[in-house]
Design a protein around this ligand. Structure first.
Ligand code: SF4
Length: 110
């Protein structure tokens, strides 16, 4: 059982509770299929608001709570559900990768 932490866009919290993320993890689909085993969510947090700097510490927190992979919710990179991707997405991912090292970073969920 692979433990995963998910980071989502704070700007979309009012219009999306992350339902599809939870379903996708439970079904082992989407980006989670690449992990090769069943997954369990150990944390579901927001980026902390624009410009997303707080996502870096939050990713580290998820790892310290047992996350073996971090997934960026599709609201961030794909702009779901309103077609408005995060303008800071690549920079956030780079900073998180530098922080979490070998822990896999999935750039979408579904
Ligand atoms: S930094 Fe990006 S992911 Fe975070 S609230 Fe702003 S638009 Fe959303």
């Amino acid at each position: 059982m692979k433990k995963v932490g998910i980071i989502r866009c704070q700007q979309t919290e009012d219009i999306c509770p992350g339902t599809t993320d939870f379903i996708t993890v439970a079904q082992g689909k989407g980006s989670f299929a690449s992990l090769g085993e069943e997954c369990q969510i150990v944390g579901f947090v927001s980026c902390g608001g624009c410009p997303g700097k707080r996502a870096v510490a939050r990713a580290q927190m998820l790892v310290s709570r047992g996350a073996e992979a971090i997934a960026m919710a599709s609201c961030m990179g794909k702009g779901m559900p309103i077609g408005f991707p995060c303008p800071h997405f690549e920079q956030i991912c780079r900073a998180i990768r530098a922080k979490i090292g070998d822990v896999p970073l999935l750039e979408y969920t579904h």
